[in-house]
Design a protein around this ligand. Structure first.
Ligand code: ATP
Ligand code: MG
Ligand code: MG
Length: 554
């Protein structure tokens, strides 16, 4: 395997290894908040962190950043674990910030004793005014110089549940004039009378992100805590918090930042994706139109395609919008290698072969994949009445139309050469049937001279009496705008595509009768499809994962 060039995070790690770190000290983590399902943005972070783990043979923790019981649920924890596993990664320790609530509390008490934290009992509006602006220093509030005793007493009573939410908060006493607004006495704890999915009602004060993240990294001895760029201004506070507890014999974690992954025509924010679910724009978090890992899985994406996409795009120091068609490219590339080809007709037009005996049928050999002979072959039934796609027949057409037209020939895939002789129309002039003749000696693979005869077009088809019906779900982009989240004065919901899902009836070759949920296929000439979760033996349901070609390219 050839070594890829290093990204800037790997350069940071390499530099640390060259200086003060030994390779055994490396440890990474992926730290989701269990307040929603993972999306394609998280996939970048997962691939980055677990990828580093693989490159350096270092452990990677899965850490649930569960400090806000108002928004978090066990169901999200389970879904996140399933998604990380499905992507193909194995974590070392499964950790929860909530496991550290006692240590975090004890450390906070220590801060109070050292005069580095105080209880503030003002409203959030009052505190916000005193904080100042980025260009003007803040001013001290009236509680900033409370005595240690009073602070200890109030903080303990906050913990005991004596106060309503919002009455008191614990703040770090750092610097109200700091050029970094986050250093102006940030809040460390707030009262929340909410049961937590793991600690239940043990706590009614919960630590803030900044008082949790670095501490958790420290407790787990994470060497490199990688987060997205919006946390860059938090780094000073991250370091301040670590200064309060790091001892010399332990590793000091480092926060480093990379740019968020943004994708065209896509939303990557759990909060916003939740709105799509709650407002009924999509059916669920794993709706195949969702950019969630579970939605993509249900849609038929492979873990390899998502990982290859993340690898190709890499990570950046600055945000940019990556074209979602690059993801589609990767799923096509992978599905082309691994899926068997089958035949299905989605927009049927009846073809009658007039010189083929009416009650006769035969089973033709069909290769499952030209890419992979190990996928073997199957039999497909042929008879005198077939469906082809409506788009594949015209009464008249110019020379560039390599499909069926009156008086001309095409080959039926795996079958015979047929010639269109006449057609029948309904009273509105729509073509409802094409009468054809077939060349009995032209059977594919039969070795005859006629079987080798080249004709311009090859069509997919199904035998009507053998075909099975299935519901086929055709998806389009969920957002019509390239950057639905990028408009200052407009809500992303305004750009929802009203036609993102079409349900149609497809006619499938009978080999698909026992297709199992999740199984993937190429429907020849139509795209890649898989069996949806809603599918049953009686009611088969397929999703179109992606078309064969990029139909959006100009
Ligand atoms: P969201 O706004 O969707 O809730 P988040 O960053 O708040 O995103 P977390 O659960 O806290 O979600 O994220 C876990 C990890 O995934 C964090 O390290 C975060 O930086 C990273 N992450 C989240 N979204 C993206 C993204 N779009 N691109 C890259 N990394 C991301
Ligand atoms: Mg977060
Ligand atoms: Mg969030």
């Amino acid at each position: 395997e050839t070594k890829k060039s290093l990204n800037f995070i790997e350069h940071i790690v390499e530099e640390d290894l060259a200086n003060d770190y030994s390779i055994e000290k490396l440890r990474f983590r992926f730290p989701p908040e269990p307040n929603g399902y993972l999306h394609l943005g998280h996939a970048s972070s997962i691939c980055l962190n677990f990828g580093l783990g693989e490159s350096y043979d270092a452990p990677v923790n899965l850490r649930f950043d569960d400090t806000n019981p108002a928004k978090e649920e066990k169901a999200y924890v389970d879904a996140i674990k399933e998604d990380v596993k499905w992507l193909g990664y194995t974590w070392d320790k499964e950790c929860y910030a909530s496991d550290y609530f006692q240590e975090l509390y004890d450390w906070a008490v220590g801060l109070i004793k050292e005069g580095k934290a105080y209880v503030d009992s003002q409203s959030s509006e009052e505190m916000a005014i005193q904080k100042g602006t980025p260009t003007e220093p803040g001013v001290a509030g009236p509680h900033r110089n409370r005595s240690v005793e009073e602070n200890l007493n109030l903080f303990e009573r906050m913990k005991k549940g004596e106060f309503d939410e919002g009455k008191h908060v614990l703040r770090a006493k750092i610097d109200m004039a700091s050029p970094n607004m986050l250093m102006r006495d940030p809040i460390l704890y707030r009262v929340l009378h909410k049961a937590h999915h793991r600690t239940n009602t043990d706590w009614c004060i919960y630590p803030m992100y900044d008082w949790t993240h670095g501490q958790s990294d420290y407790l787990e001895q994470v060497s490199h805590s990688l987060c997205t760029l919006e946390f860059l201004p938090h780094r000073e506070l991250y370091d301040w918090c670590l200064d309060q507890l790091v001892s010399n014999d332990k590793l000091r974690p480092k926060q480093r930042e990379f740019a968020r992954r943004n994708l065209s025509h896509t939303i990557v924010s759990k909060r916003k994706l939740l709105r799509l679910v709650e407002d009924g724009v999509v059916e669920s978090w794993d709706d195949p139109r969702m950019p969630t890992i579970s939605g993509l899985r249900r849609r038929g994406y492979t873990p390899e395609s998502i990982r290859n996409f993340a690898d190709t795009v890499g990570i950046a120091k600055r945000e940019n919008l990556v074209d979602v068609s690059l993801l589609e490219f990767h799923v096509r590339e992978h599905l082309n290698k691994v899926t068997p080809r089958v035949m299905a007709v989605l927009n049927p037009l009846k073809v009658v072969i007039t010189n083929y005996p009416k009650d006769q049928e035969e089973w033709l050999d069909a290769e499952n994949s030209p890419e992979d002979v190990s996928l073997g072959s199957r039999k497909v039934p042929f008879s005198s009445e077939l469906y082809i796609e409506q788009e594949d027949f015209r009464e008249e057409a110019n020379k560039k139309f390599f499909r069926l037209k009156l008086g001309k020939e095409v080959r039926l895939k795996n079958g015979y050469i047929i010639k269109a002789e006449s057609c029948t129309k309904d009273k509105d002039g729509n073509i409802i049937e094409v009468q054809c003749t077939y060349d009995p000696k032209s059977k594919s693979g039969s070795g005859t001279e006629e079987s080798l005869r080249k004709v311009k077009g090859t069509l997919h088809w199904v035998s009507i009496k053998h075909a099975i019906e299935a519901e086929v779900r055709i998806y389009d982009r969920l957002f019509t705008d390239e950057n639905p989240d990028g408009h200052k004065d407009r809500d992303f919901m305004e750009f929802v595509n009203p036609d993102s899902l079409k349900k149609i009836t497809g006619y499938l070759e009978p080999s698909l009768k026992n297709a199992k949920v999740g199984e993937r296929f190429q429907f020849q000439r139509l795209g890649y499809f898989n069996v949806d979760l809603d599918s049953t033996i009686e009611n088969l349901v397929f999703n179109r994962t992606v078309t064969l070609r990029d139909t959006w390219a100009k």
